[in-house]
Design a binder for this molecule. Structure first.
Ligand code: C5P
Length: 202
């Protein structure tokens, strides 16, 4: 690939999105939130479409939708994400994005292990389930979604389990990933750790 690729993986609500956007902005790289691909397929399945077909027909416009950021769509995304045909249909788009001239940051679950095993930098951004549930709870509350903290924690744990235990492309750190545990880090500290990891190889 031509470009410089940064792979950022980790469980739900660990801060991947925030860190990825900040790293991309800092270095002038393009950013792809690959969770949106699975969310867009999940939303189409909730609307009655076949999962593999939805993945094959996905277009850029499908990713622009705010309604993808709901608990129901998150669970549907993790359910379609276990289907090998769905993952296969989304592979080329992600690899093409990773090879962009000018650099790219991709965040997801399997970027360092499956999508971009040759990435120049691999980060695994994680935090305790309780901290992640609290952050997601605050985010959802701020958007008027009234799930209880207990419900959010249960959802996060269910999604973690499904993502880690699936046969194809399970969530795990690549052997050569740098682990960033954000449980006790501010956003600024987490971003600084990620920027430092990129600068170390760049
Ligand atoms: O990152 P986000 O929470 O938006 O991802 C939604 C779901 O999509 C995850 O729980 C996971 O099941 C799936 N996903 C995946 N591989 C990726 C990105 C997301 O399986 N690279």
């Amino acid at each position: 690939s031509d470009g410089f690729t940064v792979a950022i993986d980790g469980p739900a609500a660990a801060g991947k999105g925030t860190v990825s956007k900040a790293v991309a902005a800092h270095f002038g790289f393009s950013h792809l939130d690959t969770g949106l691909l699975y969310r867009a397929v999940g939303a189409k399945v909730l609307a009655g479409m076949d999962a593999a077909q939805a993945a094959q027909m996905l277009v850029a416009d499908d990713l622009e939708n705010d309604s993808l950021r709901t608990p129901a769509v998150a669970q549907a995304a993790s359910q379609v994400a276990v289907i090998p045909q769905v993952r296969a249909a989304l592979l080329d788009f992600q690899r093409g994005f990773a090879a962009r001239a000018g650099g790219a940051v991709l965040d997801g679950r399997d970027i360092g292990t499956v999508i971009c095993p040759e990435a120049h930098v691999k980060l695994f951004v994680t935090a305790s389930a309780e901290v992640r549930a609290q952050r997601r709870f605050s985010e959802l509350s701020g958007r008027g979604i009234t799930d209880s903290i207990e419900q959010v924690l249960a959802d996060v744990k269910a999604r973690d389990a499904r993502d880690m235990e699936r046969a194809h492309a399970p969530l795990r750190p690549a052997d050569d990933a740098t682990i960033i545990d954000t449980s006790r880090l501010s956003i600024e500290q987490a971003v600084a750790a990620a920027v430092a990891a990129v600068n170390a190889v760049r």
